[in-house]
Design a binder for this molecule. Structure first.
Ligand code: ADP
Length: 398
């Protein structure tokens, strides 16, 4: 199976892609990119494997793609020009929700598509876009195997007490569970740490995936044990625009007493809360830090406080912590916030080296600290590509 392995990640208004060469031994990154702003003012950008910008287009003169299918056509046309005749031999898709059933990547057929469709009510904001990406790719690449990789799958090893809510037990059976998300990122980080340091990889990790969406995951022996995200991607720590943990009584109060509609509540909790709502400045940490002032200070302080609480809570869930790993945009870059999160975690054995932290070094913990604090770049696309290759090769019998 020599050729190009394509990874697609279809969001509400974006279609991201990454292309890999398949080799005898595995995969090699070729290029990646995205069409953003689908349906509004789309813009295409692409980078080579080293992250250097190699192409962009904004369709200012007309002909902009108005759908994911049209965006995919644009990506395919561009890829045709750069892939030197190599054919796409497999496609891996990011799918947000695998429900209680899908605990591993799956080769997609009509039956799997029907099951994924049934999961739409569990992730109405994401799943339909993921599925339309699959449908568009299936049309354009007839006969090419397609694999679904789930953000929830890595968390399916969580024990019952971490997977359930304190509701009557039949709700768990009906799928009202703590699914957890960002699973492809956690799996990539867990495997990477295990490759770098097998003893640490077999130990107790708390991984903080802090981007626009943010969550933390406790991993022991390479397996997920608990996550801050729950039934939806709203729970846990505050995010760019999402509220994070909220007393469910607040939602009842908003509907029953404040007279808000469920659509208004959903818009508030998903789109106007978190850092954006608290700061009144932006959802973006860089802009909040640049603005400064009391509101910025309060928003960043709340964010750091909630993440710190979750680090300690997740450490308790796995009986201690050997390493804390920061990843995603904030985790990898926001040194001041990292320092603030770790302040007060000395009782767990966490202490930062200020110079290493300021340099975004791969290891930012102080020499001699009991717990290692690491900074790693996540790569969900590569995780999807590795899964896809493995599934396709095992189905091909080789
Ligand atoms: P997404 O979840 O959309 O993939 P990212 O992982 O790109 O998001 O994270 C975006 C967040 O990372 C934003 O809040 C952004 O401000 C923050 N960020 C990126 N670089 C820096 C930096 N150098 N300093 C502080 N925050 C940063």
């Amino acid at each position: 199976m020599q050729g190009i392995l394509l990874v697609l990640n279809a969001g509400s208004s974006s279609l991201k892609f990454a292309a890999y060469d398949t080799t005898e031994t595995g995969i090699e990154a070729r290029c990646s990119g995205q069409v953003e702003g689908i349906g509004a003012a789309p813009r295409f950008t692409a980078e080579d494997a080293a992250g250097t910008h190699i192409a962009s287009q904004d369709w200012a003169g007309g002909g902009a793609p108005a759908s994911h299918a049209a965006a995919l056509d644009g990506i395919i046309a561009w890829l045709d020009g750069v892939l030197e005749g190599r054919k796409v031999v497999a496609i891996g898709h990011r799918v947000v929700h695998g429900g209680p059933g899908f605990a591993a990547p799956m080769l997609i057929d009509l039956g799997v598509m029907a099951e994924l469709q049934e999961l739409v009510p569990l992730a109405p904001l994401h799943q339909p876009h993921n599925l339309s990406g699959i449908a568009a790719a299936a049309k354009r690449f007839k006969g090419v195997p397609q694999v679904a990789c789930f953000d929830t799958a890595f968390h399916r090893t969580q024990p019952f007490h971490a997977d359930t809510f304190g509701l009557p037990v039949e709700f768990h059976a009906r799928g009202i569970r703590r699914y957890g998300f960002h699973g492809l990122s956690y799996e990539y980080i867990a495997r990477r740490i295990a490759r770098e340091d097998p003893a640490l990889g077999a130990g107790r990790l708390v991984v903080a995936h802090l981007g626009n969406g943010a969550s933390l995951c406790a991993i022991a022996g390479g397996r997920a044990q608990a996550s801050t995200m729950g039934f939806t991607a709203l729970d846990g720590v505050p995010m760019g625009t999402r509220c994070g943990q909220l007393d469910p009584g607040v939602v009842l109060h908003m509907i029953d007493t404040l007279g808000m509609t469920t659509a208004e509540v959903a818009k508030l909790l998903y789109g106007n809360s978190g850092l954006k709502g608290l700061s009144g400045i932006s959802q973006d940490v860089r802009q909040i830090e640049a603005a400064g002032g009391e509101a910025a200070e309060r928003a960043l302080g709340y964010f750091a406080y909630r993440v710190r609480r979750e680090v300690a809570a997740l450490a308790a869930s796995i009986g201690g912590i050997d390493a804390l790993v920061f990843t995603a945009g904030i985790g990898e870059n926001a040194r001041a916030l990292r320092a603030r999160i770790c302040e007060g975690l000395g009782f767990l054995g966490i202490a930062l080296d200020p110079d290493r932290n300021a340099a975004n070094a791969p290891e930012v913990s102080a020499a001699g600290a009991a717990v290692r604090v690491l900074v790693r770049r996540t790569d969900e696309e590569r995780m999807i590509a590795e899964h896809t290759l493995q599934v396709v090769r095992s189905h091909a019998g080789g």
